[in-house]
Design a protein around this ligand. Structure first.
Ligand code: A3P
Length: 448
């Protein structure tokens, strides 16, 4: 009879192959022993006996006590009781039923076998974990692909990129994970939506809109901006919570128009889009994504590398030009107002009046002045309801990097290399300006 492979393997290590005619080799959990109508699965014995020497032996005490389930852990070398009926399942290799000669097992050998068993278990466990992880990952990937979502792979983002392509855009994982809820979200006619590509001056616009719509009531803005105007697709506070907010809801999103909820076109809520020139946007976004969120970023790139990602349309919510262009093409819709960071910077009171008219609000000249003063860069920088300093307390932002960074038009001149300036100019010239949209990227006095 052929020895069991396990025995052969262990004998190589222990240098002492034992023929053991009376040994049952078992595969865990498969098989049972019956004695006086009481049945016990091998699994009960398995841990003890297998760990001990890779085999299972049944002793008198084991057999006679298994019915009461009080199997002593030390009883792993054993002979089988004469009247016990042993059922061997096909998975259990039986070498012999002769139970008279149980071999004496050398303690050293036992130790080695135990070590080998542990090793076998550990490698099996690690292998199973790895297989499960790879399998799960692959399953997730196929599931995403079936819905038109593909991971964005670029070595600069590391092995575990959290960005995905979906309908021509690069979206962060928290967006694609939530994509069904985004599509089916119930938009209300009296919502006010603030839409932008990140770093276009969204927070600034949010504060302006909130004050206008609340008749310049400065008490109404004494809570964190993210609570007054939630970030639609972000995990906090979450789409379900936004769904339950009372009207009128103010909602901020960085999604492009083509990815707004399905019934957006039908409900036509008032929507204000803010655009900012690409050069200041990329500088601001780099500082935000890499410096402000330094404690939690999953990739680290230089500014030039970030520019490279930006111009090759591989930065989140991009392509930037596509995002802006889609909004510009909707500028004449009744429910859409398209404004720019640069116009806000140039003439804030003028923009406040324009937004008020769009929202159907009447403000006194004093209200307009007061809102403009409250929303100046210096005021907002020190306003703890809008400057995101609470992100420091949450441990996700670097205290040395303010959210309200420069607030300028033309700051890019201190950062972007000639090479990328010309690439960004080309993008503007080829993809944005033909639509009739121009975005100033410098003022005579850049500190306006
Ligand atoms: P910088 O990083 O160039 O300073 P968002 O709110 O979309 O994330 O945009 C943030 C950018 O808007 C930052 O740009 C920030 O400083 C600027 N910003 C915020 N409030 C502003 C204000 N009141 N006036 C001018 N810029 C402002």
């Amino acid at each position: 009879m052929q020895p069991h492979p396990f025995s052969l393997f262990s004998s190589l290590l222990t240098n002492s192959f034992i023929p053991e005619p009376e040994v049952f080799y078992v595969i865990p959990g498969l098989g049972s022993v019956t004695n006086r109508n009481k049945t016990m699965n091998f699994t009960h014995f398995f841990r003890t006996s297998f760990l001990r020497d890779g085999k299972i032996f049944f002793t008198r005490p084991v057999i006679s006590s298994f019915g009461t389930k009080s199997v002593p852990l030390r009883s792993c070398q054993a002979v089988i009781k004469n009247d016990a009926k042993v059922t061997i399942f096909p998975q259990v290799r039986r070498f012999s039923t002769n139970h008279q000669n149980v071999p004496n097992i050398d303690p050293k050998q036992q130790q080695r076998r135990r070590a080998l068993t542990i090793l076998t278990y550990a490698s099996g466990f690690i292998g199973a974990c790895l297989l499960t992880a790879v399998g799960t990952q692959e399953y997730q990937r196929l599931k995403l692909r079936a819905r038109g979502i593909e991971p964005l792979k670029n070595r600069l983002y590391g092995r575990r990129s959290r960005l995905f392509y979906y309908r021509g855009y690069v979206l962060p994982n928290f967006v694609v994970d939530n994509i069904d809820n985004i599509h089916t979200f119930k938009v209300r006619e009296d919502d006010i939506w603030i839409v932008s590509y990140p770093k276009a001056g969204t927070t600034w616009l949010q504060e302006v809109i909130y004050l206008i719509d609340n008749n310049a009531d400065f008490e109404s803005v004494k809570s964190r901006i993210e609570d007054r105007i939630p970030y639609f697709e972000f995990i906090y506070p979450g789409i379900k919570n936004i769904n339950n907010l009372p009207s009128p809801r103010y909602i901020k999103t960085h999604l492009p128009f083509s990815l707004l909820p399905n019934d957006f076109k039908e409900k036509k809520p008032k929507t204000i889009y803010i655009a900012r020139n690409a050069k200041d946007t990329v500088v601001s976004l780099y500082h935000f994504a890499q410096k402000f969120f330094k404690p939690v970023v999953t990739y680290h790139v230089s500014f030039d590398e970030f520019c490279q990602l930006f111009v090759s349309d591989q930065v989140m919510y991009g392509p930037w030009w596509k995002h802006v262009r889609e909004a510009w093409e909707r500028r004449n819709d009744d429910n859409v107002l398209f404004i720019t960071y640069e116009d806000m910077k140039m003439d804030m009171p003028g923009l406040i009046k324009k937004i008020a008219t769009f929202l159907g609000k009447t403000l006194s000249p004093q209200d307009v002045e007061a809102i403009a003063a409250h929303c100046s860069f210096d005021e907002m920088k020190k306003n703890n309801y809008v400057n995101y300093t609470w992100f420091y307390e949450r441990g996700v932002a670097d205290k040395d990097q303010p959210f309200m960074r420069k607030g300028k038009v033309g700051d890019w001149k201190d950062h972007i290399s000639k090479e990328f300036v010309s690439q960004l100019d080309e993008i503007m010239a080829a993809k944005v300006e033909p639509t009739g949209l121009t975005l100033t990227d410098s003022f005579e006095d850049s500190d306006i």
